[in-house]
Write a protein that binds this ligand. Structure first.
Ligand code: PDD
Length: 288
C-alpha cells in the first residue's frame, strides 16, 4: 500500500514512518488508541472518540498536550491525503507514553508521547446481511481487570479471535467467571429477548465503553425501543430472538449463531436491521 500516514506532527509515506525500539508502547503496551469510522469521507462520532482517548490517557497518567482541534485537523488531513474507495473506512490513532530507556518504573520526566495515525480501507455501510451474519463462539475472558481503558494490550483478543476463526467462527464473545458475557474481542455484545428488550452489559471495568454503543443507545431511545443495561448469560443469548455487535469497524452487525446454536431466523433480525439503518442515517447527519 502507498498511504500517507501521520507520525509526530508529520505526514509521510507509510514506509518512511519509523518509531524507536525504545517506544514504551512497543515494549510495555504503554499506549492507548482510538479507531474512528469514516463514511462519505466524514468522521463518525469523532468528539466522543477524543473524549474517550483523553480519559484513557488520564487513567494511565500519560502526560500530554493533545488538543481536540489539532486531532480533528489531523484526521481530516489523512482523509484528504488518502483516497478511500467507497469513501469509507477507518482511521487508527495511537498515543504511547513515549520513548525512554526500558524501565518498569515510569519516569515521567522528559517523555513526550509518540502519536501516529493511519487510514484503513473498509466497506462499512453497503453490506448485505439479508442472508448472512456472524457466527460467535464463547470463550473465557482472561484479560486484565481494566477493560474500560482502550490500551493496545490486545494479545488475548487477537489470539482468541484467531482460534475462533480456525474453528469456523467469525469472532468470540468473552465470558466472566460468573458466566456473564462481557463483550466481543473488539466489539460490544447485545441480545434481544422475547419481549423485544435490547439487552447489553452495563458499563464497568469489565468492558470497553463503546462509542458506537453510546450512540446506538441514543438511537434506540429515539426509536422508543426498550433497552436494559444488565449482564446476560450464554444461555440467555442462545435463547434470544436476535443478537448483534457494535463497533466503529463494523457499526452494527447481526449475530446469527452462538456456540453452534442458531439465533432467530439465521439472518439479520427486524430490530437489528432498524437499529443499523437508523444508526447509519443519524451518524451520517452528525458526521464532521
Ligand atoms: N475496537 N470492545 C472492545 C474490546 C473493542 O476493542 C471495541 C472497539 C469495542 C467497541 O468500541 P467502539 O464502538 O468505540 O468502536 C468494544 C476497535 C474498533 C478496534 O480495536 O479495532
Amino acid at each position: 500500500m502507498n498511504r500517507i500516514v501521520f507520525l509526530n506532527g508529520k505526514y509521510i509515506q507509510e514506509h518512511e514512518a519509523k518509531i524507536s525500539i525504545f517506544d514504551r508502547g512497543l515494549l510495555f503496551s504503554d499506549s492507548v488508541y482510538e479507531v474512528t469510522a469514516v463514511i462519505d469521507n466524514k468522521l463518525i462520532d469523532f468528539p466522543s472518540h477524543i473524549e474517550r482517548l483523553k480519559n484513557s490517557l488520564k487513567e494511565l497518567n500519560i502526560i500530554n498536550n493533545i488538543n481536540y482541534e489539532s486531532l480533528l485537523k489531523m484526521h481530516k488531513e489523512l482523509i484528504k491525503k488518502n483516497n478511500f474507495s467507497y469513501e469509507e473506512g477507518l482511521i487508527y490513532m495511537q498515543v504511547s507514553r513515549g520513548t525512554i530507556e526500558r524501565d518498569f518504573l515510569i519516569k515521567d520526566k522528559d517523555i513526550k508521547p509518540n502519536i501516529f495515525a493511519f487510514t484503513q480501507e473498509k466497506k462499512l455501510t453497503n453490506i448485505n446481511f439479508k442472508n448472512s451474519g456472524l457466527k460467535i463462539i464463547t470463550k473465557p475472558d482472561i484479560r486484565w481487570q481494566r477493560k474500560d481503558i482502550k490500551t493496545t494490550q490486545l494479545l488475548y483478543a487477537t489470539l482468541i479471535k484467531t482460534e475462533a476463526f480456525k474453528m469456523g467462527f467469525d469472532d468470540a464473545w468473552l465470558i466472566d467467571n460468573d458466566g456473564f458475557i462481557n463483550e466481543g474481542t473488539s466489539n460490544n455484545a447485545y441480545i434481544i429477548d422475547n419481549n423485544n428488550n435490547i439487552i447489553t452489559r452495563d458499563l464497568s471495568n469489565k468492558l470497553l465503553p463503546g462509542i458506537t454503543r453510546k450512540t446506538l443507545l441514543e438511537v434506540a431511545n429515539k426509536l422508543k425501543l426498550s433497552i436494559i443495561e444488565k449482564p446476560f448469560t450464554v444461555k440467555e443469548a442462545i435463547k434470544s430472538n436476535e443478537a448483534f455487535i457494535s463497533s466503529a469497524s463494523t457499526l452494527i452487525a447481526p449475530v446469527i449463531n452462538i456456540d453452534n446454536q442458531k439465533i432467530g431466523q439465521g439472518n439479520i433480525g427486524p430490530i437489528t436491521e432498524i437499529l443499523r439503518e437508523t444508526y447509519i442515517k443519524i451518524s451520517k447527519n452528525n458526521s464532521i
